[in-house]
Write a protein that binds this ligand. Structure first.
Ligand SMILES: C[S@@+](CC[C@H](N)C(=O)[O-])C[C@H]1O[C@@H](n2cnc3c(N)ncnc32)[C@H](O)[C@@H]1O
Length: 247
């Protein structure tokens, strides 16, 4: 099986109102109405993560993301984790078939000038991993680590480069999922029955998920796999989003 994305076309990015837009998928990486707030609302609070990653539990809390993109969800989660006095160790595992180039990532820093996002060492590490994957598709894991200022626990980032069907089987068992693979209408590959059934196998009783989409087929498929699916008010002008947990 090839480790390349199914579609070899260049994923050209354009900026519209400061937000990266993929011309390949004809979709935005995050909301024009406030990407940071959207990510915090939909994914972090949608999974009720604040209480889950807080406290003395010595086991590692596992977050799984489908679609690493610009890393915005990572930075929002990391900021929340750093702000806690005594958080658990967290591993944030993501995947990406079309890793963005440095210019696009640096533009994220410009959009959020008071945040500490793509600092030089992180960017260098990402670039090295991306280049190595582009040369040799079997070297597809990028790892980076942060240490908490007060309790010295670790936040570990793992990003697998390649198509979702190649990367998702390497994920650990996940406690909370961020489903962020562009809208299902524009990118059905990230929401297929095969993907959802691997996701189910990587979940345990109580594993939660959250996503900006409330598409009917997605609600039905997740319900059939054993997830309790709840509709909630969407972010900004979006009417609905969904979240839930495995029964
Ligand atoms: C909405 S964006 C993710 C936004 C991201 N979470 C952020 O914080 O910026 C969706 C991501 O899924 C990736 N993607 C789309 N189809 C894919 C596939 N078949 N396999 C792997 N990644 C894919 C895209 O390249 C894109 O980066």
């Amino acid at each position: 099986m090839s480790n390349s994305p199914p579609n070899d076309q260049n994923n050209t990015i354009e900026f519209k109102e400061g937000v990266p837009v993929s011309l390949l998928f004809d979709d935005v990486y995050f909301s024009k109405a406030g990407g940071w707030e959207e990510s915090n609302y939909v994914f972090f609070h949608g999974n009720e993560l604040e209480s889950k990653i807080n406290g003395d539990d010595p086991s590692i809390f596992q977050i799984g993301e489908l679609g690493f993109g610009s890393g915005l969800n990572l930075f929002v989660t990391l900021e929340n984790w750093m702000a806690l006095q005594n958080p658990r160790s967290v591993t944030f595992t993501s995947l990406e078939g079309y890793p963005l180039n440095t210019e696009v990532l640096l533009a994220l820093n410009k959009s959020y000038p008071i945040k500490n996002l793509w600092f030089q060492d992180l960017l260098l590490s990402y670039q090295t991993a991306k280049l190595s994957w582009e040369k040799d598709k079997t070297k597809n894991l990028w790892v980076y680590e942060w240490i908490h200022n007060s309790n010295k626990n670790q936040f570990v980032l793992n990003v697998y480069f390649g198509d979702i069907l190649v990367c998702l089987p390497s994920f650990p068992k996940v406690h909370s999922w961020f489903l962020d693979g562009f809208s299902p209408g524009k990118n059905p590959d990230m929401w297929s029955g095969e993907v959802l059934s691997i996701l189910r196998n990587k979940s345990d009783k109580g594993t939660s998920f959250a996503t900006f989409s409330s598409a009917g087929f997605l609600r039905r498929n997740l319900t059939e796999l054993g997830f309790v699916v709840e509709k909630k008010k969407g972010f900004g002008r979006k009417r609905e989003m969904i979240s839930g947990y495995l029964e």
